[in-house]
Design a protein around this ligand. Structure first.
Ligand SMILES: C[C@@]1(CC(=O)O)c2cc3[nH]c(cc4nc(cc5[nH]c(cc(n2)[C@H]1CCC(=O)O)[C@@](C)(CC(=O)O)[C@@H]5CCC(=O)O)C(CC(=O)O)=C4CCC(=O)O)c(CCC(=O)O)c3CC(=O)O
Ligand SMILES: NC(=O)C1=CN([C@@H]2O[C@H](COP(=O)(O)OP(=O)(O)OC[C@H]3O[C@@H](n4cnc5c(N)ncnc54)[C@H](O)[C@@H]3O)[C@@H](O)[C@H]2O)C=CC1
Length: 451
């Protein structure tokens, strides 16, 4: 059987080593650089063909069509463009594809998880104090958007001339640069965090090989908040062991003669991407992450902290549900008062009263007593964050309106037509798409009623 491995990582190299031991496998490894070739060829030059160089989509297609039965993508989790190309090439020539991913680090819930660098920058702008950036030099430019970055940020980067030059050009002075090759021990991280008096450390989930767990432990010990920049997408993949098992269990003649058929994914659809699914546009073929559960709100106490624009939109929605509403805000807008009065009037005419109380005063933690659900929607970042934290300690589901990473649940677009209730989410990716989707359902259901 012919196997092509795109081997950009430690795991990729380990996989190639293991596969090369099998006499019935012919293994070809693609690496991006000559340096990568040297490392692979050190021990394996007899058993494995190594190709070095960054391939374009059409080159990948030609290579795979040249006679491979399986492609394993063991490129770096953050190299999303390469992965997209490999998937597209496999789809085009209908070659089965496996994704090998490094196991994720078990970060605790006390970390702040953000989707990408931009989100990390937005988060840092809501904090004060010094920050140790351990995300490398490539994205450093974006961190220039953090207010007072020249004073607050310290960058830990590789000790290479080019890297240091570019950091200095970006405005990171010598006293704000640590140039050293990682990974670092917990103790080393703790020492740096303490020395620089950092309130935050930013990392990617670089897995065990990248020393991510040591950073997490160090942050805990130093009382520093660890900000974890997520992989570009919540990618699904197999561990090294799983890829080896999967390939080892294949029939001796591989899938020769079966090309053109989609891979059988029935056994684990998360892990193997079929030619069919990867040929669809991004997002469409991906598995959904947010499942709409419908919760009975009768008698449940929903506490909303905040009485401004966002609170109003959500109160107007919740007034249509049979829950108890407790609204706490230093200032409660006139619009909210009107909406509540209007609903009370309507309900009185119908014979029942909504249980809605307006408490115009600053939030106090005791407001969370007896809460079943909490919405933090003040314009005070620190307060919203604290409310989220208090709720998590008490296991009360909480929505934090200004930072989606701190939400246990999202507030969906809601459509009610008689018996029918729908909740629409764009899975946190786009509130404007959620709005459009909600409007479309609203319109469609109007037609149902009118028919
Ligand atoms: C992730 C989520 C978490 C949560 O539950 O809070 C979230 C987060 C954020 N929204 C932001 C902004 C706006 N959101 C809206 C509207 C809606 N937002 C809603 C839900 C959600 N919003 C959650 C799931 C989203 C999803 O499903 O993907 C809807 C569905 C329900 C509702 O809010 O009632 C409702 C449409 C309902 C309908 O029309 O029916 C508008 C108005 C507009 O678009 O006209 C604005 C523009 C500003 C303004 O309104 O002033 C920002 C600031 C972003 C920034 O600054 O860029 C964040 C923070 C962040 O992304 O981290
Ligand atoms: N999820 C979403 O759809 C969106 C979220 N946001 C975020 O939602 C938050 C609220 O936005 P708006 O409603 O537009 O703000 P706003 O300025 O209209 O209202 C803020 C409210 O918070 C209250 N508040 C402030 N400090 C308080 C305290 N200590 N105790 C109790 N109440 C306090 C104020 O009295 C006011 O009622 C902001 O953080 C904003 O970034 C903004 C747009 C959309």
């Amino acid at each position: 059987m012919n196997i092509l491995v795109f081997a950009g990582t430690t795991e990729g190299r380990l996989l190639v080593e293991q596969l090369a031991k099998r006499a019935d496998f012919q293994v070809c490894a693609c690496v991006a650089t000559e340096y990568g070739r040297d490392i692979l060829e050190q021990d394996l030059s007899d058993q494995v063909e190594v190709k070095a160089g960054r391939l374009q989509l059409t080159e990948m297609q030609e290579l795979i069509a040249g006679g491979f039965d399986w492609v394993v993508d063991a490129t770096h989790p953050y190299a999303t463009a390469v992965t997209e190309n490999i998937q597209a090439a496999c789809a085009a020539v209908q070659c089965p594809y496996l994704r090998l991913l490094r196991e994720r680090t078990e970060f605790g819930e006390d970390c702040i998880f953000v989707e990408d660098t931009e989100a990390a920058v937005r988060y840092l702008n809501t904090t004060v104090g010094n920050v140790l950036l351990t995300t490398g030099s490539k994205e450093l430019k974006s961190y220039g958007q953090v207010a007072d970055y020249q004073e607050r940020l310290y960058a830990r980067v590789l000790p290479m001339e080019q890297v240091v030059k570019s950091c200095i050009q970006l405005g990171f002075s010598g006293s704000h640069l640590i140039c050293m090759q990682g990974p670092f021990s917990k103790e080393m991280n703790v020492a740096m965090l303490k020395q620089l008096n950092c309130t935050c450390m930013v990392t990617k989930d670089t897995g065990a090989a990248g020393g991510a767990y040591e950073k997490y432990q160090a942050a805990q010990e130093a009382g520093t908040t660890l900000v974890v920049v997520g992989r570009a997408q919540e990618e699904k993949g197999l561990t090294l062991q799983q890829v080896l098992e999967k390939i080892s269990n294949l029939p001796a003649d591989g899938c020769k003669g079966k090309k053109g058929q989609a891979v059988d994914n029935s056994e684990n659809i998360n892990d193997t991407v079929s030619s069919e699914s990867i040929s669809q546009s991004p997002g469409r073929g991906a598995l959904a992450e947010w499942f709409p559960l419908f919760v009975n709100l009768t008698g449940k106490r929903v506490v909303i902290v905040g009485g401004g624009k966002i609170a109003r939109r959500r109160i107007e929605t919740l007034l249509q549900f049979s829950c108890q509403l407790r609204i706490v805000a230093s200032h409660i807008s006139e619009e909210i008062r009107k909406a509540v009065q209007l609903e009370e009037g309507r309900q009185t005419a119908g014979g029942s009263h909504p249980d809605c109380r307006l408490l115009e005063r600053p939030f106090q933690p005791s407001d969370l007593l007896d809460a079943d659900f909490v919405l933090a929607a003040t314009n005070n970042r620190e307060l919203n964050r604290t409310i989220g934290k208090l709720c998590r300690e008490k296991a009360i589901p909480v929505n934090v309106a200004d930072v989606k990473e701190e939400c246990d649940f999202y507030f969906p677009g809601i459509i009610i037509e008689g018996m029918l209730v729908a909740g629409v989410t764009a899975q946190g990716q786009s509130h404007s798409l959620a709005k459009k989707g909600s409007a479309a359902v609203r319109k469609a259901w109007k037609d149902i009623e009118n028919r």
